[in-house]
Design a protein around this ligand. Structure first.
Ligand code: TRH
Length: 386
């Protein structure tokens, strides 16, 4: 068991991978930032090392306990286990309301100085979040209080995850076009593809990918669409006529599609920085697309009873760069639009506004920068509660 002796502030972050990569993607980003920028000794408890390894190849899926980039990674095997007060971190975070082991909670209550206990919630632009951010929730039987902590898009929320060096890295990368060209050439892109309209595509299986491909194929502008392996496989294979493995590529009409390997997190940022338009999904890639300062279309994580449509609309209402074309494409992409979508109009209506959207995206970034970053805001709150 990682001990908190001889360390500065210690923090335990519990991550249950519900599906896909967003849960661990966000927790890993947060863990690294807390360690690197705030010198916090972080233990990341994660129940799925395989998903973790896909975004961070240094992870050894066979090890119960390991150090990765100075973070203690503990394979979280279940709710059992006895814990002593010395095992408990100063700050305990459960991600997305995952239930942490009862033995751990009991030991938290036995600590002379109780840890600060936070439930880090999912990102939404809905306005009710401001009223719930940092609300306390007393434990029904133990002398412990858990606080809700919400990321968000306003000053009255926890803000968005962003590393201190991110903006500098992006500006440096984007100020030297040869960097982006070399980066894209690594995936086999030809000079003609590099000079076409470059689109990265990351979405859920429900997205109407084939319809969009059809519009690109018959459109007047050369488009190269870069898709990580495992995404939109059915539509890709229909287009490619071969298995959608990394390296597979085909051109029909004005559209070239290229399958990329699933790349480590830092390279995914470079991909977003290199493309002209990014289709992103879930939470983490959605936030990274905003920091990339490029036009993007969000495929929101689907929820029962179309709850996600409410969240999508809340974001688009707040998102100042949104043009009529961006709204129409976002609604069509997420199945909000009633009736048949005319993709040969929806795409060009969006595409003709690209330079204006890109300009406004910088203003949006500045608005978000003013809210501070999630890791610093979270620590500020935790320190105030200690
Ligand atoms: O993978 P996602 O769909 O993740 C999540 C989960 O489904 C989660 O349960 C749900 O709560 C949440 O969405 C809303 O999408 P997301 O959030 O964008 O996470 C993807 C991560 O994978 C992100 O950290 C970026 C990373 N990534 C890479 O590292 N390399 C790649 O090639 C790609 C495409 C993504």
């Amino acid at each position: 068991m990682p001990s908190k002796k001889n360390r500065s502030t210690t923090l335990a972050l519990f991550c249950k991978v519900v599906d896909n990569y967003g849960d661990i993607g966000i927790c890993w980003r947060l863990a690294k930032q807390l360690e690197q920028e705030h010198s916090i000794a972080v233990t990341l408890w994660v129940d799925d090392l395989r998903s973790f390894q896909r975004i961070c190849p240094a992870v050894d899926t066979g090890r119960e306990l390991q150090q990765v980039d100075n973070i203690t990674v503990q394979h979280w095997r279940g709710q059992g286990g006895e814990f002593a007060a010395e095992d408990i971190a100063d700050i305990v975070i459960e991600f997305f309301a995952c239930d942490i082991p009862p033995g751990y909670i009991a030991a938290m209550a036995r600590c002379e100085q109780r840890p600060v206990w936070l439930n880090l919630e999912g990102l939404t632009a809905e306005t009710w979040v401001e009223g719930c951010h940092t609300l306390p929730s007393p434990h029904p039987s133990l002398s412990l209080t858990k606080y809700f902590f919400f990321p968000g898009f306003t000053r009255r929320t926890g803000g968005l995850l962003r590393e201190a060096s991110l903006e500098e890295l992006r500006l440096d990368f984007q100020s030297r076009p040869a960097h982006a060209d070399d980066f894209l050439a690594r995936f086999g892109m030809t000079p003609a593809e590099i000079s076409s309209l470059k689109v990265s595509l990351f979405c859920y299986p429900q997205a109407p990918v084939s319809a969009l491909f059809q519009a690109w194929q018959t459109g007047g502008r050369a488009v190269t669409c870069l898709v990580p392996e495992g995404v939109a496989t059915e539509a890709l294979e229909t287009f490619l006529g071969i298995p959608a493995k990394a390296g597979a590529t085909a051109t029909h009409g004005a559209l070239t599609v290229r399958v990329l390997p699933f790349i480590p997190q830092p390279d995914y940022d470079k991909l977003l920085w290199s493309c002209d338009v990014n289709f992103v999904r879930g939470e983490d890639s959605f936030v990274r697309a905003q920091w990339a300062g490029k036009p993007f279309i969000w495929h929101i994580y689907p929820q029962d009873e179309n709850l996600h449509h409410v969240k999508l609309k809340a974001f688009l209402q707040a998102y100042t760069p949104a043009t009529a074309g961006l709204l129409a494409l976002s609604y069509a992409w997420n199945g909000v639009t009633a009736g048949t979508v005319n993709w040969t109009e929806t795409w060009p209506d969006f595409a003709e506004g690209l330079s204006g959207i890109a300009r406004e995206a910088t203003n949006w970034q500045n608005l978000q920068l003013a809210n501070g970053d999630l890791a610093s805001n979270l620590l500020k709150f935790a320190n105030a509660m200690r």
